[in-house]
Ligand binder design. Structure first.
Ligand code: CA
Length: 266
């Protein structure tokens, strides 16, 4: 039988949980400052909801409603992550991203209210790290935010990654099997990747949990002029999955975001 719980206690429980690690910012060690989130959004109700939710979870939150304010505020107090609405009253979100990328690698998560995927792809190519489509689920946004912060926190020395049964060292260019792959898995003994597969894999591994746009991958691996050659990507991603995934037809780590790009899920 359910017991009546005083309202005050319910609230306290909610607040305590909100401060817990599960949905708060990633742990940063003792004495570290709360991660700073810059929210750029011209819709007052949404801006307010984001501010309240992020503050309740322990983030240090800054808010602005225009692109120019965003650029000024990012310089004044450099954020650890930016939540950026694409449709701003003064500057296009893509321009804001390109301006930021001129001097900072801060993770940028785009909040897109636009139906077409063209704007999102444009934002990813301008240098955004990820996107969520409005209306979005707050929990999903918080998960993306944590992933972006973990990525931003990563030391450049971190070169070891795990995919299924394999430990990959991107500095030594070695892949070592840590355990036998599951019964029926079609991965052979020694693993050798082609130079193209290595370059592709390294870009994805260095953005754990993040969507990496197809054009960006093509531009970085194959170079300028190949941004539309998505069949190259499909071919080489299939090769990586055949080698690294326990079941290449049901990949768990090297995921496709149809029409957008790829994601390494640790
Ligand atoms: Ca807007």
């Amino acid at each position: 039988m359910a017991r009546a719980v005083p309202k005050a206690r319910v609230m306290r429980t909610v607040m305590t949980e909100a401060r817990g690690r599960a949905d708060g910012p990633p742990a940063r060690g003792e004495g570290a400052l709360a991660p700073r989130v810059l929210i750029v959004e011209d819709e007052p109700a949404l801006l307010r909801a984001l501010r309240i939710n992020l503050r309740a979870r322990g983030y240090d939150v800054g808010t602005v409603a225009t692109g120019r304010e965003a650029l000024a505020e990012a310089r004044r107090r450099p954020p650890d992550v930016v939540l950026l609405d694409l449709g701003l009253p003064d500057l296009d979100g893509g321009i804001v991203i390109r301006e930021l990328r001129g001097w900072t690698g801060v993770p940028v998560i785009v909040l897109s209210g636009r139906a077409g995927s063209g704007d999102k792809i444009g934002a990813l190519d301008a240098g955004a790290d990820d996107y969520v489509t409005k209306p979005f689920d707050m929990e999903e946004l918080l998960a993306r935010l944590r992933a972006a912060l973990r990525r931003g926190d990563q030391s450049p020395g971190g070169t070891k990654f795990t995919i299924g049964a394999y430990e990959i060292d991107t500095a030594a260019h070695t892949i070592v099997r840590q355990r036998p792959s599951s019964p029926g898995a079609n991965t052979p003994g020694d693993l050798h990747l082609t130079p193209t597969e290595w370059r592709l894999l390294e870009i994805l591994l260095n953005a754990p949990g993040q969507l990496v746009g197809s054009e960006r991958l093509l531009g970085e691996v194959w170079g300028p002029g190949f941004e539309r050659s998505t069949h190259y990507l499909r071919f080489h991603m299939a090769g990586l999955r055949r080698k690294l995934e326990d079941d290449p037809h049901r990949p768990r780590h090297l995921l496709t975001e149809p029409g957008m790009g790829y994601r390494y899920q640790p």
